[in-house]
Design a protein around this ligand. Sequence first.
Ligand code: FPP
Length: 246
Amino acid sequence: MIEDQAKNQIPKEIPHHIAIVMDGNGRWALRRGLPTIAGHKAGAEALKKICQAAANLGVTHLTVYAFSTENWRRPSSWIVELMDLLKYYLKFELKDLIKNNIRLHVIGDQTRLSGDLRQLVDDAVEKTKKNDGINLIIALSYGGRNEIVHAAKAIAEKVKEDKLTFDNIDEEMFAKHLYTSKFPDPDLLIRTSGEMRISNFLLWQLAYAELYFTNKLWPEFSEDDLKAAIEEYQNRERRYGTTVGS
Ligand code: FPP
């Protein structure tokens, strides 16, 4: 009886790692008659708020989709505006990242980024590396298929150079060659704006994640919305391919 009571008091598990497709920034701006970039600015502000809220709730990793490999196909004015916004945040929000104990990581094909953006990314990653609070992982010039091909090539290279054998290749070893090798897999994926797709995000890593979709547009996604997503996650039964109740 006492044991049962104690069990009931154990808080349900918070997802360690949440991944977010921050969708609907453009639509948020359009509905207000604002330029698209205003939507992305509002989206960046929403990210600041949600990152802090996630940290306060005990989430250890937050991965956000900021720019996909497919986004390189958008109009160049759109790309330049978004890249400038990223540069602005990396430059002027760095102090706050350090102060708030947020450790920044960036994943994706960074060879396609401009030299000055890469410099800012490296600087922010370096200056936050001693922080031991939440890990904020920004997927930038990121595509899940691109990442898998990149890993396969790195492994093939090692086999060619006799650093690995064919028999060494298994799931665990493959995962070590992904951009995310240092991080646990996401437990929960949130996508805003009513779209119900993965869109080439963390294809390998989301294998067993719970998926949560909301109609809210990203700039209006609040701390309460985050709590609602976590609550829904806590009520799901994660089975990892096993049968009910096993
Ligand atoms: C997709 O929605 C979202 C993006 C392509 C980028 C999201 C980026 C941010 C919110 C800025 C992040 C800032 C930092 C500092 C990491 P969309 O904007 O294409 O929306 P739409 O589908 O409504 O047009």
